[in-house]
Design a protein around this ligand. Structure first.
Ligand SMILES: NC(=O)c1ccc[n+]([C@@H]2O[C@H](COP(=O)([O-])OP(=O)(O)OC[C@H]3O[C@@H](n4cnc5c(N)ncnc54)[C@H](OP(=O)(O)O)[C@@H]3O)[C@@H](O)[C@H]2O)c1
Length: 329
């Protein structure tokens, strides 16, 4: 495969994907509206095409001009986007849809492709824009991929769990890095053993390329860190990357009530563990970055950025009240 078209590509996952594709000698075209700065503007290996992917004729023109071998769809939030793309790119060697672990509709450990049920999606949900229907819409996008493969399209899906790493605009990990950086004692909801599977962004990028090159049409592939860590262990890894030490203080639901807090007020907390099996992807030869390297790179990028995760802050004063009560117990 030589020519790659990345729908998206200037922000987070897509941006790392472009770098991954360049490293593997693809000619890359990115397709965005141009509202965001293009980090590849000065790189003559990357061509930028301006357009809105929800406008089928703009995407159709890009399909005709670029004539890509592989298409990576990073900006499909509605099933109709996937249906349009699998129609416009019906002849490519690989169309890879960036789905999500949120597409799974059943709580199992681990969640496996082809085994764990997906979220249903009603016609109203299909066109909804709220975060509540995100998983439903992502699941319906997967079903559009499977239907396209039935028609002979080389369409595949990749399902990342929560993605973290350099340029992560969600700032979820930044919240925890900032806490460890600023304080000696860090309040962690639950008993510290909470698990919400995460995926290092460079591994998501390599997964997308590998699935395009070696995946089977009509198949979905989960991607997440091969080794999972609890929230408590994540804090320790961050402390080590910052070359500092920190006391992790666990606080259950009842202790948190003292600060009028609840566990879900904290990023990366989930009451039931969310774990994706990555065996199928590993079967294609995909490997994941060692956790300490992934966290080191994320922390280094955090230090160079102005991100602090403040939007996720449940309130340090409230946390201090809980820490004070726990000290007297
Ligand atoms: N972050 C996570 O934890 C996570 C987890 C699972 C799955 N995902 C999936 O990952 C994908 C998002 O990745 P990302 O934000 O990292 O992607 P990205 O490709 O790095 O960034 C979004 C890009 O899409 C462009 N864009 C947005 N709307 C567009 C439109 N209508 N037409 C053309 N271009 C458009 C933006 O540029 P312009 O604004 O200039 O157009 C930007 O380049 C989504 O499909 C999401 O569901 C994310």
């Amino acid at each position: 495969m030589e020519r790659a078209l990345v729908i998206g590509g200037t922000r987070f996952i897509g941006r790392h994907l472009v770098e991954e594709l360049l490293e593997h000698h693809y000619d890359v075209t990115i397709f965005t509206r141009g509202t965001r700065d293009d980090p590849f503007a000065d790189d003559d290996r990357v061509t930028h095409r301006e357009g809105d992917r929800t406008n089928d004729s703009a995407l159709e023109a890009a399909a005709a001009d670029v004539d890509p071998d592989a298409v990576f769809d990073c900006v499909a939030y509605h099933p109709k986007d996937v249906r349009a793309a699998t129609r416009l790119f019906a002849d490519v060697d690989a169309y890879v849809y960036v789905s999500s672990g949120a597409a799974y509709g059943s709580e199992e450990i681990p969640k496996r492709e082809g085994e764990t049920a997906l979220e249903p999606c009603t016609t109203d949900q299909e066109t909804d824009d709220s975060s509540e229907t995100y998983g439903n819409r992502k699941a319906e996008g997967d079903r559009a991929v499977f239907a396209a493969a039935e028609r002979g399209v080389n369409a595949m899906s990749v399902r990342p769990c929560i993605v973290y790493g350099p340029h992560d605009y969600t700032e979820r990990l930044d919240f925890w890095i900032d806490r460890v950086n600023e304080y000696d004692r860090v309040l962690v909801p639950g008993d510290g053993t909470n698990v919400w599977h995460r995926a290092y962004v460079e591994d998501v990028a390599s997964a997308l390329r590998i699935v395009a090159e070696r995946g089977e049409p009509g198949e979905a592939y989960n991607v997440g860190d091969r080794r999972l860590v609890t929230l408590g262990e994540s804090i320790e890894l961050i402390a080590s990357a910052l070359d500092t030490s920190v006391e992790v203080v666990d606080a259950g639901r009842r202790e948190l009530e003292a600060g009028e807090l609840e566990p879900a007020d904290f990023p990366f907390y989930r009451s039931y563990p969310h774990v994706l099996s990555t065996a199928k992807l590993a079967g294609l030869g995909w490997e994941s970055t060692p956790l300490s390297t992934a966290i080191d790179r994320s922390v280094a990028d955090h230090r160079e950025s102005d991100r602090d995760g403040a939007d996720h802050d449940p309130g340090r004063e409230a946390e201090e009240r809980v820490l004070g009560i726990l000290e007297t117990m």
